[in-house]
Design a protein around this ligand. Sequence first.
Ligand code: GTP
Ligand code: MG
Length: 289
Amino acid sequence: MLDDILSLFRKKARLVILGLDGAGKTTLVNYIKRGDPGTTFPTVGASFERIKVRNLLLEVWDIGGQRHLRKLWDQYVENADAVIFMIDAADRSRFQEAKEEFWRVVSLTKDIPLLVLANKADLPEAATVFEIADYLELSKLKSVTWQVMWVSALTGMGLRDAFAWIYERVTGKKLLKPMEIEGIVVIDPHGEIVFSHPKEYADRFGAFISAIDSFAKDSLKEIPSSVEMGEKRIIMVRRHRMTAAAVISRGSPETSVISMLVELIRAISTQEDERKIKNIIKAMEPEKY
Ligand code: GTP
Ligand code: MG
């Protein structure tokens, strides 16, 4: 009864999830629907689920990505209010194929919100959102509202932010508080601070940062970690024996911070120039995550 009444106020929207076979689309739907990634089989045709986000009822079409099914995508995209394009971020051998399909989808979507999910971020070899955005040439997307996010349909990482983004774009209402970055540091394998943003951040929090580093060395493997500290949160990532940590205000999107820290370690360890490194941080400014 209450549900019937509520449904009068509930807005409906149609969300279509596309991407190559094996990208993780059905795993994502399972996780959102049941809180468990479950075991999946390749989707034959399309499968339908209803997912509630606050007062928004999403009618979700999860469509098979095998080559012979891709012609099916067109008719679903035509009536969609939002599209998710999912890519297996750990499978670089299929990036080219994914790129071709992505741009075909873009040509069909017109002006509806388009969310690119770089999935399987739990795998250490997963490409960062920066790498994916570069590869797909997302900066060429002019008219559509789009975003790229780092997620794991297996662990649930980033999925809340992904659906919040869809909600915000479809309803025009804000759901999440934007997150602010207070400071970022990168520590090399000798415990030296090799990067600090802003510059004086490492001086102010030097002792605190070495504490983070020894914690990271003892207990962090390739898995990102986040520690709450009152209203703030520290996000730590460890790669190539380096540690990167960001102190942020609580809010979203956290996974993009993780992706940014991974990219930062990569850029510093390959000695990219300073401008490139600045751009990595700049990309984190609100609305550009
Ligand atoms: P089609 O239905 O054929 O289009 O594929 P799909 O996109 O629905 O892929 P599906 O969800 O069936 O997942 C394919 C495989 O990837 C499964 O073995 C999943 O367990 C695995 N997988 C999905 N998401 C993740 C993830 O985030 N991390 C890891 N490590 N594996 C994942
Ligand atoms: Mg599937």
